[in-house]
Design a protein around this ligand. Structure first.
Ligand SMILES: [Mg+2]
Length: 125
């Protein structure tokens, strides 16, 4: 596990910053999703993805929930409850892309070969 530490003897209270974080979308990735039904409705968990996240956590990897839902503040308690009910409570929730993210798991992303503009899947637009 690579970690950056800002801790030194002059600033002992600065927390350790993780350098390798996996960002996971909620709707359509961790939870079944068809259409927006309101902040209180989050679909059933998707077992394969949920188990993958639990495995990462056992391996001491840091996982964050990366979801547009958090743009609506009233959504946060529902997301936290859903995570708790599915055995991954306490994960950080964000909608901000961070430099420390090494992977995005998302159902809408199109992966691009770095510095080329070319799609990894080889398809044309
Ligand atoms: Mg999604």
């Amino acid at each position: 596990m690579k970690r950056l530490s800002l801790k030194n003897k002059n600033q002992p209270s600065i927390p350790e910053i993780r350098a390798d974080i996996i960002a996971v979308d909620l709707d359509g990735v961790l939870a079944e999703y068809t259409e927006w039904k309101g902040p209180e409705f989050i679909g059933k968990s998707i077992p394969k993805m949920l188990e993958r996240v639990k495995k990462w956590l056992k391996e001491d990897k840091e996982v964050v929930i990366f979801t547009a839902r958090i743009g609506t503040k009233e959504c946060v308690p529902y997301i936290e409850k859903w995570l708790e009910q599915n055995g991954i409570g306490g994960l950080r929730i964000t909608n901000v892309k961070e430099r420390e993210f090494i992977e995005f798991w998302d159902d809408r992303a199109i992966q691009i070969i770095p510095n080329t503009g070319e799609r990894v899947d080889g398809k044309e637009d």
